[in-house]
Design a protein around this ligand. Structure first.
Ligand code: P1T
Length: 389
């Protein structure tokens, strides 16, 4: 499952060929869906192929995806999980009572819920901090600090964290540094190259790209850490099934094309929203007025298709009225698919964050999040126009 052979390829080639080989027994160009739970053994403990004995440990379709994931994120090992949260949970199981974790203060609601509810009685202490306040961030580090966790850009406020700057600090203090790269994807940003140790994905989103699968991934650049996480995954069981592995792998093959169009459409939608009299603030890292635009230019190759915004009126009813009127954008949780989606974070994806905490970080009741799809931009803008009228 090592992935050295393809490391020299350019990204757009890696999405198609990275870590892949033709099926040795049939020559099939795409890896078959090995829909099997188990594999024949010649003698007890001697499977016909030593890599495969039981699909929770390894399955050839999942291996093909895991090799592709390692390739596109410039890692040495990829692991595919039954959801993004299962991937995060696998990493968190590496820590024990007394350990401390510092996390960005703006996170997907489900990640925040896991940290604060599922791990509440684990004895692991979580600190939530704006990672751009380097002084505050550094003041939280002590000998028990074991993990720094960031999303960048964040969901839903599109805040950024400077991966290189944080990596300098984590390295100096021997702390593991994980980046949730779901919003950016490796097309826009390569956290492992910038100094992170672990990349996490909700592969449900851009990687699969068609809103037809729930999946997660971890990618690392250290073989021993990869082995440790694989053991954790195998021993606890949240692996991705063969058919879902196939769907994510198929999605990855067009990631570069889709992302290019997501970025183009994202900019057009942002230009429209930014000049609309009913819109107050547009959160998009490509805007020069965005507080983290300089960091975005430094670590991302473009600015993506995720956009959030608030209303001049500040009224929750205005955001709900807008969302109900949309015709091309679909009101639904999730993001990163070919179709444009709209979401109300306070009532939907981030409802599990307590109201006072939401307000404190800026997830107001009039905040709307758009996942700009790859439809014709003119249709998207017409739709926004009529919903705002
Ligand atoms: O849904 P799942 O595949 O388990 O992934 C969780 C997750 C992790 N990280 C980020 C940045 C995410 O956005 C998500 C899932 N997010 C949504 C479902 C959403 O609509 O925001």
């Amino acid at each position: 499952m090592k992935n050295k052979k393809y490391s020299a390829m350019k990204f757009n080639t890696k999405t198609i060929h990275g870590g892949q080989h033709h099926d040795p027994s049939t020559g099939a160009v795409m890896p078959p869906v090995y829909q099997t739970s188990t594999f024949v053994q010649k003698s007890p403990g001697q499977p016909i192929n030593p890599d495969y004995e039981y699909s929770r440990a390894a399955n050839p379709t999942r291996s093909a995806l895991e090799n592709a994931l390692a390739s596109i994120e410039n890692g040495v090992r990829g692991l595919a999980f039954s959801s993004g949260l299962a991937a995060t949970d696998c990493l968190l199981r590496s820590f024990k009572a007394g350990d401390e974790i510092i996390a960005m203060d703006d996170l997907y609601g489900g990640t925040y819920r896991m940290f604060t509810k599922i791990y509440k009685d684990s004895g692991i202490k979580f600190h939530f901090v704006d990672m751009n306040d380097m002084g505050k961030f550094q003041s939280l580090i002590n000998k028990n600090t074991k993990l720094v966790w960031v999303e960048t850009p964040t969901n839903p406020l599109m805040k950024l964290a400077d991966i290189q700057e944080i990596a300098k600090i984590t390295k100096a203090n021997n702390i593991l540094f994980a980046v949730d790269n779901t919003f950016a994807t490796p097309y826009l940003q390569n956290p492992l190259d910038l100094g992170a140790d672990v990349v996490m994905h909700s592969a449900t989103k851009y990687l699969s790209g068609h809103s037809d699968v729930i999946a997660g991934a971890l990618i690392v650049k250290d073989e021993a850490l990869g082995e440790q996480l694989h053991f954790q995954q195998f021993a606890t069981g949240a692996t991705l099934g063969p058919m879902d592995s196939f769907l994510v792998l198929r999605g990855i093959k067009t990631l570069h094309l889709r992302m290019q169009r997501h970025c183009e459409n994202g900019v057009k939608v942002v230009e429209f929203l930014n000049s609309h009299p009913k819109i107050k603030t547009v959160y998009y890292p490509g805007l020069e007025s965005h507080p983290f635009h300089e960091i975005a230019k430094k670590q991302m190759s473009d600015f993506g298709g995720m956009v959030s915004f608030t209303f001049v009126s500040g009224k929750k009813e205005d955001s709900i009225d807008f969302l109900e009127k949309l015709k091309v954008f679909t009101l639904a949780e999730s993001l990163g698919g070919v179709e444009s989606l709209a979401n109300h974070p306070a009532l939907m994806t981030h409802a599990s964050i307590p109201e006072d905490k939401r307000k404190e970080i800026g997830i107001t009741d009039d905040l709307v999040r758009l996942s700009v799809g790859i439809e014709d931009a003119e249709d998207l803008i017409e739709d926004l126009k009529q919903a705002l009228a």
